[in-house]
Design a protein around this ligand. Sequence first.
Ligand code: HEC
Length: 149
Amino acid sequence: MSRLLVSSLLALLTLTACNGVVEDTRPGQPVKHRQDAFKAMLRSFEPMGVMLREKQYNADKFAPLAAELVARRDAPWTYFTADTLYPPTKAKAEVWSRADAFEGERQLFFTATDALLAAAGTGDLAQVQAAYDKVYDSCKSCHRDFKVK
Ligand code: HEC
C-alpha cells in the first residue's frame, strides 16, 4: 500500500473513532457525571494495584490513596436516577430492575473500602494486600452483574 493510502486510512479510522463517542446530551448529564466519578475512583485505586503488583508497597504512599478512594466513593451513585439507561451508558438495566441487589453490592464495596483504609493505617503488607483484593473483587462483582463489558 502507498504511504498516502495508509495515512488516509488512518485518518479515516481516527474520524470514525471520534464519531463513535456518544455524548451525554441530557440535562445535568447524569451518565457523564457518574462515568467521570468512576474514572476518578479508578485513578485512586489503580496506583495501589500497581504498587502491590510491582512489589513496591510503600505505606506512606499507599495510605493517602486509600483515603482518596474513600473520599471519592460516594460520588457516582446519586447519578443513577430513573430513566438514565441511555447511550453512552455502560450500565445494565439490572441496576434499576434489581435495585436491591445493586444496593447490596454498593454496601459490600463500602465495607471493603472501609477495611482497606483501616488496613492501610496499619502499614502491614499482608493486611493491605488482602484488603485490596477484597475491594478489587467488589468492583468486579458489581460490574459482572450491573455493567456491560
Ligand atoms: C455497586 C456497583 C459498582 C461498584 C462497587 C463499582 N462499580 Fe464501576 N461501574 C458500575 C456501573 C453500573 C458502571 C457503568 C456506569 C455507566 O456507564 O453509566 C461502572 C463503570 C465504571 C467505569 C467506567 C467508566 C467509563 O466511562 O467507562 C470504571 C472505570 C469503573 N466503573 C471503575 C470501578 C472501580 C475501580 C471500582 C472499585 C474500586 C468500581 N468501579 C466499583 C458499578 C459499580
